[in-house]
Design a protein around this ligand. Structure first.
Ligand code: CA
Length: 344
C-alpha cells in the first residue's frame, strides 16, 4: 500500500526511512508498557508479542488510564495476566504494575519496581544494540526511568502508539494521560518511533467478521481474543461508531508498534518536535538538527495478521508444526521464523 504523504512545509525536513529501523537480530528483547484493559487492542498486541518467535518478551509493565479501576496499574496487571493465562506458553514473562498516576512534576520521577526493572534490563544493551520498549499506554514509567537514569536513552529504542498525526500532534488518550511524561520522552536522546491514530485508524481497523475469521477458531487464546473484540463492539455502539465510522469495527491501535518492529511499516524521519502542554506540536527550526524521530506512514495489516495467526496455530499445535517446519525441537527460542515474517 502507498505511504501516506505528509504535506506542506515539513516535507523538506523528511526523508524516506527504510533503513533507519534498527536491524537487531531476532529474537529481539522487548519490554511492553501497556494500559491493558482500557480497551481491547492491548490484549491483541500482548498476545501477538508473546507468541512471536521474533521477540524475547522480557516483561510487561502496566500503566494507568482514566478508565481503569483504581489503582489503575494493578487493574491493568490483572488484565495482562488474564491474557497470559489464555496462552499455552512454556514460560510467562513477569508482569510489573507501574505507576497508577501521572507524573506530578516534570523533574520528579515516580520510582517503582517496574521503573527499576526497565533500568536494570537496559544495562546489558548499548547504542548499537538497543532494548526495545513499546509504549502502548501512558509514558509515565518510561519517563521516570529516563529521569532517574538519563543514560538509559542510549540503550533503548522506544516504539509508541500515540498522537493524532504528525502535522499537529494532538492526542485523545496515551499522550493526554501523561503529557509531562511524553515531553520527557521527546526531549531524551532515545531512538523513537511513533505510530499515530490516523495511520492505525486507516490500516488496523478490524470488523467483527474479520476478528472471528482471524482468531475465532484458533484455540482457547484465539476465541478469547475474538470475543474481547466482539464484547468491545457491543459495549457502547455509538462510541464505536463515533471513533471508527461504523458500529461493526474497532481499531487494534497498539499493534502498530509490533508491526514496526517486524518491518511491516513504512516510515519517515522528521526533526523531533517540541510537545506543548496543550498536546500540539511546535515544529521549531531552531531545534537540534541531530534530534529526529521516525513516524509510521503505512502498515501492512495483511502480513501483520498473518504473522499473528501463523504463530497462534503453531503454539496450538506445537509438535506437528515443529516437526514440519524446524529441524530442532526446542520450542520457544529456536523456532524457525517463517518466510512471511521476515522483513519485507
Ligand atoms: Ca493501549
Amino acid at each position: 500500500m502507498p505511504a501516506q504523504k505528509n504535506g506542506g512545509t515539513l516535507q523538506d525536513g523528511s526523508k524516506q526511512n527504510k533503513s533507519r529501523r534498527q536491524k537487531s537480530p531476532f529474537p529481539r528483547a522487548v519490554i511492553l508498557t501497556t494500559d491493558i484493559g482500557a480497551e481491547m487492542d492491548d490484549q491483541w498486541t500482548l498476545a501477538q508479542l508473546a507468541v512471536a518467535p521474533e521477540f524475547d518478551l522480557r516483561a510487561i509493565v502496566t500503566t494507568h488510564a482514566p478508565s481503569l479501576q483504581n489503582p489503575a496499574a494493578e487493574t491493568a496487571a490483572r488484565f495482562a495476566r488474564e491474557v497470559l493465562d489464555h496462552l499455552p506458553l512454556k514460560k510467562h514473562p513477569p508482569v510489573f504494575a507501574g505507576s497508577s498516576v501521572p507524573l506530578a512534576e516534570r523533574s520528579a520521577p515516580q520510582p517503582n519496581r517496574a521503573v527499576e526493572f526497565i533500568i536494570e534490563q537496559s544495562k546489558s544493551f548499548s547504542s548499537g544494540r538497543r532494548l526495545a520498549v513499546l509504549m502502548t499506554g501512558a509514558a509515565t514509567d518510561v519517563a521516570s526511568a529516563l529521569l532517574i537514569d538519563p543514560t538509559l536513552a542510549d540503550r533503548i529504542e522506544i516504539v509508541a502508539m500515540g498522537f493524532e498525526n504528525w502535522e499537529a500532534g494532538g492526542d485523545s488518550w496515551n499522550v493526554k494521560n501523561d503529557v509531562r511524561a511524553w515531553q520527557i520522552v521527546l526531549e531524551s536522546r532515545a531512538v523513537l518511533t511513533v505510530g499515530d491514530a490516523r495511520v492505525t485508524r486507516r490500516d488496523l481497523a478490524v470488523t467483527r467478521t474479520e476478528a472471528r475469521k482471524l482468531l475465532g477458531t484458533r484455540g482457547i487464546a484465539g476465541r478469547y481474543l475474538a470475543d474481547l473484540h466482539g464484547a468491545w463492539l457491543d459495549r457502547d455502539p455509538p462510541f464505536v461508531e463515533k471513533v471508527t465510522g461504523s458500529r461493526d469495527k474497532w481499531i487494534i491501535w497498539d499493534s502498530v508498534t509490533l508491526a514496526y518492529l517486524l518491518g511491516l511499516t513504512k516510515n519517515k524521519t522528521y526533526p523531533r518536535p517540541i510537545l506543548r502542554d496543550d498536546l500540539s506540536f511546535e515544529h521549531s527550526s531552531s531545534a537540534k538538527k541531530s534530534a529526529t524521530l521516525n513516524w509510521v506512514t503505512a502498515i501492512n495489516a495483511k502480513k501483520l495478521w498473518r504473522h499473528f495467526t501463523t504463530n497462534l496455530d503453531r503454539i496450538n499445535a506445537p509438535v506437528n508444526f515443529n516437526l514440519f517446519h524446524s529441524s530442532d525441537n526446542d520450542g520457544h527460542k529456536n523456532r524457525s521464523i517463517s518466510a512471511d515474517t521476515k522483513n519485507s
